[in-house]
Each structure stands twice: as structure tokens, then as C-alpha cells.
Design a protein around this ligand. Structure first.
Ligand code: GTP
Ligand code: MG
Length: 197
């Protein structure tokens, strides 16, 4: 798919204030600092479309972007940031759960996982949560430029082994590097295929 146009539409905390659910929607979620906003910028070829930051917790709201006037991309705030208070963690959980359950045009969730780490419990818990809610999702292992391919392979394999303990069907897996623009064609092709279904 060629991205001809990508524009920011709005940010908010409430699902009922999101754009009319008339177009397919793809949401990006994952631990704080995993690279959600960077991946959105890489996919859309716009370095400043989604706000990125070296310190975690940058994205706080549900951010809608309109692509080719045809589908929505959504940048969500991350989970697992230790410095967040219990109260804001709880309000994040409520907002995200509500979004996943109520957003009727949500077509697929991209769950981003940092490829540098061995399986982390918050990521495994989040996969289980998505599976339980029944939202279609895929996994994206980010920041593959940060270590050798062998290390990335072994971290992904370890994650898959963990998933197999609970799930019979495995989600589709992508690997990306925002700095090297790796994985871009595969993700855009996937979105195109799903949009045509
Ligand atoms: P929050 O909004 O805080 O949850 O973070 P986020 O998941 O949106 O992460 P963001 O895109 O802001 O990136 C966090 C940091 O990781 C930034 O310093 C990015 O430059 C860096 N980063 C993101 N993706 C990559 C990547 O593929 N490779 C490398 N080397 N750095 C990356
Ligand atoms: Mg972000």
C-alpha cells in the first residue's frame, strides 16, 4: 500500500468522542517507550506526525490519524511505566479496556513488544487480555536494530513458547526497526489485505 496522505485528526480520552466509526481502524499499543509513535511515523513517512520521546509516558491520549481518507491509525498510551501512580494506571486501564470493547470499527490491534528483551510478564498479560476480549491482534517486535538477528530470533522464539502454553492459535508476527525502516512494507501490505476483506 502506498500512503498518499496521513493527517492527525484528534486526541481524546473518551471512545464516544472518537471520529465516527465508519472506517477500518488499526491501533498501536505496547509498553511505554516500546516505539509505538516512532512506528507510526515510520509507516506514514512523516517524522513528526506522532509525538515521540526518549522518556516513557509521552503518549497519554487516544490519538486518531486519518490515512488516505480511507482508514484510521490510532496511537495509544503505553503500559508498564513504573513512575505512573496507581490512580493513573487504573484510569489508563479503564480507558483502554473501554476502547477495545466499545470501538466497533477496531479492525486489528498491533501489540508492540521490545525485541531486546526476553518475554516480560506485562506483555504476556496483555496478549492474554486481548485474547480474552476477543480483539483481532498481531505482534510487532520493535527496535530490531539494537541487537543481532540471533538475539532477536531467540527473544521472539521464547515469547512464542510462552504463548503456546496458553493459546493454540498464534498471532501473526512482524519485526520492525523504526530507524532502519524495517518491516514497513510487510505491515502496510497486511493492512491493505485486511482492508480488502
Ligand atoms: P510512549 O508514548 O511513551 O508510550 O512511548 P512510545 O511507545 O510511543 O515510544 P516512542 O516512539 O516515543 O519511542 C521511544 C524511544 O525509542 C525514542 O527515543 C525513539 O527514538 C526510540 N525508538 C523507537 N523505535 C526505535 C527503533 O526501532 N530503533 C531504535 N534504535 N530506537 C527506537
Ligand atoms: Mg507514544
Amino acid at each position: 500500500m502506498v500512503i498518499k496522505e496521513a493527517k492527525f485528526l484528534m486526541s481524546n480520552t473518551r471512545v464516544d468522542l472518537c471520529p465516527a466509526p465508519t472506517k477500518p481502524e488499526y491501533a498501536f499499543i505496547g509498553r511505554s517507550n516500546v516505539g509505538k509513535s516512532s512506528l507510526i511515523n515510520m509507516l506514514t513517512n512523516q517524522s513528526k506526525l506522532a509525538k515521540t520521546s526518549a522518556s516513557p509516558g509521552k503518549t497519554q491520549l487516544i490519538n486518531h490519524f486519518l490515512i488516505n481518507d480511507d482508514w484510521y491509525l490510532v496511537d495509544l498510551p503505553g503500559y508498564g511505566y513504573a513512575k505512573v501512580s496507581k490512580t493513573s494506571r487504573e484510569s489508563w486501564r479503564k480507558m483502554i479496556n473501554f476502547y477495545f470493547q466499545e470501538r466497533e470499527n477496531l479492525t486489528c490491534v498491533f501489540l508492540l513488544i521490545d525485541s531486546r528483551h526476553e518475554p516480560l510478564q506485562p506483555d504476556l498479560d496483555f496478549v492474554n487480555q486481548l485474547g480474552t476480549i476477543g480483539v483481532p491482534f498481531v505482534l510487532v517486535f520493535t527496535k530490531t536494530d539494537k541487537q543481532s538477528n540471533t538475539k532477536t530470533d531467540s527473544n521472539i522464539a521464547a515469547f512464542v513458547r510462552k504463548l503456546k502454553e496458553t493459546w493454540d492459535e498464534l498471532p501473526r508476527i512482524f519485526r520492525t526497526s523504526a530507524t532502519k525502516k524495517a518491516g514497513r512494507d510487510e505491515i502496510l501490505e497486511f493492512i491493505q489485505e485486511v482492508n480488502l476483506q
